[in-house]
Design a protein around this ligand. Structure first.
Ligand SMILES: *[C@@H]1O[C@H](CO)[C@@H](O)[C@H](O)[C@H]1NC(C)=O
Ligand SMILES: *[C@@H]1O[C@H](CO)[C@@H](O)[C@H](O)[C@H]1NC(C)=O
Length: 375
């Protein structure tokens, strides 16, 4: 008990120190003229709040501590010691500490055994900003009967059910997923025609996209598809020898597994996360349906600037069917996108005609924007 309390105290001190540091940084950026003397000033509410959160977290962890930690006969009842350990030695997001219940559940596993089936829990944490998650020392459950026949083309006529652990999903097969309209991306045969046809000005077929870039002497070889779903875009680009990685969350269906089954790379990254790609190395970033008016504007601004960071000069940002309310597009999003200072290669808007679109006065924007080349 004394040992763990000591750990807790260390953890608390480390967290307080980090928070005071960041607070110091914040206050010195906001009030650059004042000499930094944090000790003489009254304690701001923000710091008090943070301290409160930290204290609550520690209390929570301590309360969950079994009274007899010395016993070795009951491994089930031990506190997730990996949680405390990894808070120290491996990078975990600071927001992880704001969700002690979820974090505790996530770290409550038996080391060196099979991990719990808890993708939903992991994603719940990731979506709350707990990314990176703490590492664990357990073995991820893989399908019982792995298939020997993995598709080698990105448009397989069927996907092997045996390649997915279905336990946590309502559906237990791809046939089942295909029956429900919201899972239409799981029929890779239908996906075959996506991105190839021009039905309205909002469409940008891939041959046209490649033509545009070629004409501008700005070849597209590497791309990131934000909110890539089942990887339909990356699959289509692969046929053109373009490498595209897709960010995907599973959210109730095996999206990441399907991307991988098509021989493509699924990046398990939420929208609010810095893209795990170096500066200025990517030719194209596509933002699909996942990037829309539901994202807080501030978060979207950070997203766009992160896209700018990974794009090389002359690279393209493609907003594909971005939707928002009509008034917001003019007043909010157009100026926001304008901050990037990109060249508008394509800018098309149109009414969103489905029931929620009509009800909320929503519009679509499809834009192809080119990052300027530094002079
Ligand atoms: C996918 O869609 C095609 C065309 O609608 C259909 O013929 C096929 O049966 C579907 N595949 C699955 C697995 O449901
Ligand atoms: C892709 O690369 C392969 C192998 O180099 C080549 O045969 C094929 O023509 C290329 N496809 C396109 C669309 O450029």
């Amino acid at each position: 008990m004394g040992f763990t309390m000591g750990l807790n105290l260390l953890l608390l001190m480390a967290m307080v120190a980090t928070n005071i540091l960041s607070l110091y940084h914040l206050s010195s950026t906001i009030q650059p003229k004042q000499p930094p003397s944090p000790l003489q000033q009254p304690v701001p509410d923000q710091l008090l709040q943070q301290l409160h959160t930290i204290r609550a977290t520690i209390n929570h962890l301590t309360r969950l501590q079994p009274t007899t930690t010395t016993t070795t006969t009951k491994p089930k009842s031990t506190i997730p010691s990996d949680l405390l350990l990894y808070s120290h030695i491996s990078p975990i997001a600071s927001s992880c500490h704001s969700h002690p219940d979820l974090l505790h559940r996530y770290m409550n596993y038996t080391p060196f055994a099979i991990c719990p089936l808890d993708t939903e829990l992991a994603e719940a944490l990731i979506l709350r900003g707990c990314h990176p998650l703490p590492r664990r020392r357990c073995f991820t459950k893989t399908p019982q009967k792995p298939t020997s026949q993995l598709p080698s083309n990105p448009f397989p006529s069927s996907l092997p059910d045996s390649a997915v652990v279905w336990t946590k999903y309502n559906c237990k097969s791809f046939t089942c997923l295909n029956r429900f309209n919201q899972y239409k991306g799981f029929n890779t045969t239908i996906a075959d025609t996506t991105f190839m046809s021009y039905k309205s000005d909002l469409d940008l077929p891939i041959p046209q996209l490649l033509q545009i870039s070629k004409a501008a002497s700005s070849v597209i070889r590497l791309g990131v598809d934000i909110g890539g779903g089942t990887g339909a875009f990356a699959a289509r680009m692969k046929l053109h020898n373009v490498t595209v990685v897709s960010t995907t969350m599973n959210l109730g269906a095996p999206y990441s597994e399907v991307v991988a089954l098509r021989g493509l790379v699924p990046l398990h990254v939420p929208l609010q996360q810095r893209l795990p790609v170096f500066d200025g190395v990517v030719d194209l970033v596509r933002c699909g349906h996942a990037v829309n008016r539901w994202i807080p504007v501030t978060a979207m601004e950070f997203l766009f600037f992160d896209v700018d960071r990974v794009l090389r000069g002359g690279g393209y940002l493609w907003l594909d069917h971005f939707f928002s309310k009509g008034v917001d597009l003019e007043k909010l999003y157009k100026p926001l996108i304008g901050k990037l200072g990109y060249k508008k290669v394509k800018w098309a808007t149109g009414n969103k005609m489905d029931s929620s679109g009509v009800k909320n006065g929503e519009v679509y924007l499809t834009a192809l924007l080119q990052k300027p080349i530094p002079k």
